[in-house]
Design a binder for this molecule. Structure first.
Ligand SMILES: *[C@@H]1O[C@H](CO)[C@@H](O)[C@H](O)[C@H]1NC(C)=O
Length: 549
């Protein structure tokens, strides 16, 4: 590559990563754009996932009473213990196709309220637990045309309500906690050890006095394969193979609780891969509420949400939380990783907590958190929407680089009138600033040797780009399962690059390396993006495993 080339390039992706942020500072700032993509999908999107066939899967709970869409083929659900309707012929799960905005009702016959999930390595969506007749269920949805949920009503060892999931390097999934469950378990249940239940005292200890401020614990798989678990204000490193706690991290300062119902959010910052160095893992936790906020809200006093984020390098020898102040207070925010490696903090409220009707003052403006910048240039307030996204709202990155937003129902039933925050059946898409810069986007034309990557092996990404300046890097994003302000299994890797070649006018090839281990990138589907001058290409699905092509 010639030095006159427009690319800022060095051997390490780390340099590319940071050179980009410097470039971004020069451009004129754009606040992003909102679009209503569907007025009603028939249900309120409490849980949201993206399948490798580009379909969005949403579901809420089966005991809301009737939704605004019928179950397929005239089916009905019968549950004598249902809190709203013992016979319900409406659907509570929907597939949404962002390409043509069509919807397809799906069949869930046991209750999925406040449940959890993630994708298995084969691209199947797995959903676990819920309430009532669904509290021990494991449900699967394959990414195929016309496919529907397959339910196994007693797939879990114990009931799980408000638990969290993480896909592991082995391809198994761990399910941690839930109401009254101070333990974890694994699926699928292939061997005796999968059927066992493992105690986690930490969850009993972090429960809190006025509210269980440790539900939906934040899980992050670290580069050494161990699991970082954050609950309420505390965090540990869990060796889930030998069932030992390897480290106890310092408590996050400030006193605010960070997990449900004080719902802050959390993300593992981009893992910048470099075969010569150990991969550093940083955890970010943003927003939340004072520990007694839920109890106060239930008595009509709405306390201000947290304004802080804490950032911890979990791989350091003696890590400390570095606290930062957000421009806006937020409880029930979602933290969605953008293809660039930045984080969008979106949805939620400025007062109160999660729960039925116990939050006030919707925060309509998303905030961009630039992971690579220093000081107060990290945060940027973006353009707001007009639709409050309160309790039971969700967000998910779309393959085209937009962020899909849906849900919001702080009411016990579907209520469209006479309530403070009506049940939202709509979906909106937020286009982050990089999509409306008016500058051309790179496009991935080919991935060699193919779309099935093998750990540690070399591969190349061919792309077209009309851009003349700015750094280039490649990211790989694991799709999340988002509910209750937490995008489970979300993961972004900045790949190690060996070189960039200009093949012809606007055509380039990047040679790089697939992530080295399944602890860095558990087997499964990822979206690959080329980012050029701060603008990401549309994502292209790849699959990584130890088998490869
Ligand atoms: C849902 O259905 C109810 C009852 O038919 C109706 O009043 C309401 O307007 C519908 N909501 C939407 C967003 O379609």
């Amino acid at each position: 590559m010639k030095t006159a080339s427009p690319f800022l390039f060095s051997r390490t992706s780390l340099f590319l990563f940071f050179s980009l942020f410097v470039f971004c500072q020069g451009g004129q700032f754009q606040p992003g754009e909102w679009k209503l993509v569907k007025k009603s999908i028939g249900i309120s999107a409490m849980h949201m996932a993206l399948l490798p066939n580009n379909k969005i899967i949403t579901f809420d709970r089966t005991d809301y009473g009737p939704s605004n869409i019928s179950l397929p083929s005239g089916r009905c659900r019968r549950d004598p213990h249902d809190q709203a309707l013992t016979t319900d012929c409406s659907a509570h799960s929907v597939e949404f196709d962002p390409a043509d905005r069509s919807i397809r009702p799906l069949t869930i016959l046991t209750d999925t309220w406040c449940s959890s999930g993630a994708l298995f390595p084969d691209g199947k969506l797995v959903q676990t637990g819920g309430f009532n007749d669904g509290d021990r269920a494991v449900r699967y949805l394959s990414p195929c045309p016309g496919c529907d949920w397959v339910e196994s009503q007693f797939g879990l060892s114990v009931r799980r309500w408000y638990s969290s999931n993480q896909l592991l390097p082995s391809g198994k999934m761990i399910i941690v906690g839930g109401r009254g469950q101070f333990n974890y378990e694994f699926i699928p249940k292939a061997s005796k050890s999968d059927i066992s239940l493992y105690d986690l005292k930490f969850l009993r200890e972090t429960r809190g006095s006025s509210a269980e401020n440790n539900l939906y614990p934040f899980l992050h798989l670290l580069p050494d394969g161990n699991l970082f678990v954050f609950a309420n204000t505390r965090s540990i490193l869990l060796d889930y193979v030998n069932h030992r706690i390897l480290r106890t991290y310092p408590e996050i300062p400030g006193g605010d609780a960070r997990n449900y119902p004080s719902c802050g959010s959390s993300a593992l910052l981009p893992l910048v891969l470099n075969s010569k160095k150990e991969t550093k893992a940083e955890i970010l936790v943003c927003g939340g509420a004072p520990p007694d906020s839920n109890a106060k809200a239930n008595s009509g006093v709405f306390m201000s949400a947290s304004k802080t984020c804490g950032r911890l390098t979990a791989t350091d020898d003696s890590p400390e939380w570095v606290m930062e102040e957000m421009p806006l207070r937020r409880v029930m925010g979602d933290m969605i990783m953008l293809p660039t490696g930045d984080i969008l903090i979106i949805n939620g409220a400025a007062k109160g907590t999660a729960g039925w009707g116990v939050a006030r003052e919707p925060v309509l403006e998303p905030v961009l958190y630039r992971t690579g910048m220093v000081g107060n240039r990290r945060f940027e307030v973006l353009r707001g929407t007009s639709i409050p996204r309160m309790y039971h709202s969700t967000a998910h990155l779309l393959p085209d680089g937009r962020v899909l937003v849906g849900g919001s129902n702080p009411n016990i039933r579907y209520d469209f009138m006479g309530v403070l925050f009506p049940t939202e059946l709509s979906l909106e898409a937020f286009s982050p600033p990089y999509l409306i810069k008016g500058s051309p986007r790179p496009t991935i034309t080919r991935i060699n040797p193919g779309l099935n990557l093998q750990y540690k092996t070399r591969f190349s990404v061919e792309f077209d780009s009309k851009k003349k300046d700015g750094g280039v890097y490649v990211t790989m994003v694991a799709p999340s399962f988002t509910t209750h302000s937490y995008a489970m299994n979300q993961r972004l890797l900045v790949l190690e690059v060996a070189g960039v070649r200009q093949v012809s006018g606007t055509h380039y090839v990047i040679d790089g390396y697939a992530p080295a281990t399944s602890a860095l990138a558990p087997p499964g589907h990822y979206l690959v993006f080329v980012v050029h001058g701060g603008v990401p290409s549309p994502g292209k699905w790849v699959h990584i495993s130890s088998g490869g092509n």
